[in-house]
Design a protein around this ligand. Sequence first.
Ligand SMILES: Cc1cc2nc3c(=O)[nH]c(=O)nc-3n(C[C@H](O)[C@H](O)[C@H](O)COP(=O)(O)OP(=O)(O)OC[C@H]3O[C@@H](n4cnc5c(N)ncnc54)[C@H](O)[C@@H]3O)c2cc1C
Length: 540
Amino acid sequence: MAREFPHETSADYIVVGGGSAGVAVARRIADAGAEVLLLEAGGRNDSQLVRVPGMVGAMHGVGVLQRSVTWQPRTSPQLCAAGRRVSQMHGRGLGGGSAVNGMIWSRGHHKNYDDWAAAGCVGWSHADVLPIFKSMEAFEDGANDYRGGSGPIGVTRARDLAAVTEAFLDTLATTAGVAHNADYNAAEQEGVSVAQWNAAGGRRQSSAEAYLRDAPPNLRVRTGAQVTRILIDKGSAVGVEIATKRGTERLVAHQEVIVTAGSFRTAQLLMLSGIGPAAHLAEHGISVLGDLPVGEGLQDHAVVPVVYNVTEGPVLGPAKFVAAMARERIRANSTFLAGSYMEGIAHIRSEFADAVPDLQLFATPLGRRGADATIPGVHPDIDGACFTVYLVLLYPESSGTVRLASRDPHVAPVIDPRYLSASADLDVLMSGLEIVREAMAHPGAASYVRAEVAPGRAGTTPAAVREDARRRISSVYHPTGTCRMGVDERAVVDPELKVRGIERLRVADASVMPSIPGGNTNAPSMMIGERAAQLVLEDA
Ligand SMILES: Cc1cc2nc3c(=O)[nH]c(=O)nc-3n(C[C@H](O)[C@H](O)[C@H](O)COP(=O)(O)OP(=O)(O)OC[C@H]3O[C@@H](n4cnc5c(N)ncnc54)[C@H](O)[C@@H]3O)c2cc1C
């Protein structure tokens, strides 16, 4: 792991936020010889909680553990989701989201990147980003036209799937009329597949694990350093202000400031620094240095879990967990602690889809009895072995905003994804629910089912099922698009990731995505970090 430099006050490049993208961009610039200072508000994240993949269950099942590694904001009341305030937790500490996420390794659909390029983002087509994705990974099958075999991030497939997961994948292939797909990150995304994880050798392959392990000494890391403002002089970024336990400091960037604080915090930080919608900044008494639509265009993937009580499967009490932990210490990769709990994955088309799958399903044989059915994987009627299909809407028409709640950088921004505000989104999810129910009713899977828990009794009529979805919908934590890349007047950054109208300032994280990818967002965020480093070095 890169060493800590608690007194470092300047560098050629300052990278703000040590998450999925930030660590990648910092490492690649440092590899080229420049002095890089990586600032992270959270901690070093080098505990077993983060590093052992299967601890993800404990991390998100025990509030105090979850709070130790995540920021915990909620959305504003979601008018089309029963007025609820939905969790928008995101990673805090080195690795960011990649240190706390479900480790599903997914690039999205090729078309997503071709759409970015078609919208004017030269250099971001699938053909452009494919070599980057390949260079990032060491896939268990080795290299081929689509996959990398020797990159820093180990990628493996789930193994020893639960019988009910296998049965569901088989019946889904039959009833939905899709093929078994050995690699959804290769030529074709559509089909039913075994999930791929960025977990290998008994270690979560977070960006920190992958890129900071053997970092050169010119990459300096300061954790516990929250950037409160970007310092801008005469239209040019010259450094940042940070808050640490010791107080406030000003740090100098000789070349550039690169902001990688994630879709919520990057938007917040830009606005606190005077870059954002002029009228909104004025409401908070912030002088406007760049009138740009920062915080608009927030898109996220909403999820409705479909939950079953089943006849068999793992029920992981504390004793089993501790025993597995002990075995894991002796032989990495030997138990369920070596990987994520999401085993099966499917990319399918609803009745409304055109060229590409518009639904993603994750299948897991784990769930937890608990009062709050709005937390994915939790339901009061879970009883013993259970099986959950997470039904994810890949291309939401609904989009929302991130706004300042206060000019105090320690107050979370107001997050309003406006889930289900476009009624077409619920139509797609309902179509997906029918597909899941049909697969689970097929004899191959039905023999495992004791009862449908959710929607279950809440969903006996179509209207009731829609209402149940509004009451349970939550997030798979894929916020994107709040500092959108583009070439139009509404873009915040240009295709070189430079903030329009401000010199020496780039944004390079999930916030720049011109549209949300049809997959999970960790690998695309890391790719953006890698691409950002290429762009920075081309300019150096
Ligand atoms: C619970 C959860 C499960 C998920 N599951 C998956 C999955 O299975 N597969 C997948 O592909 N994606 C998943 N995701 C999404 C994925 O992890 C994110 O899309 C990705 O990590 C975003 O990367 P980023 O670089 O944009 O931001 P982040 O990784 O969030 O990094 C931002 C970093 O900046 C730091 N920071 C913020 N503000 C400041 C500041 N002012 N000063 C200094 N530092 C700051 C943060 O602490 C954080 O470390 C999940 C996310 C979560 C939260």
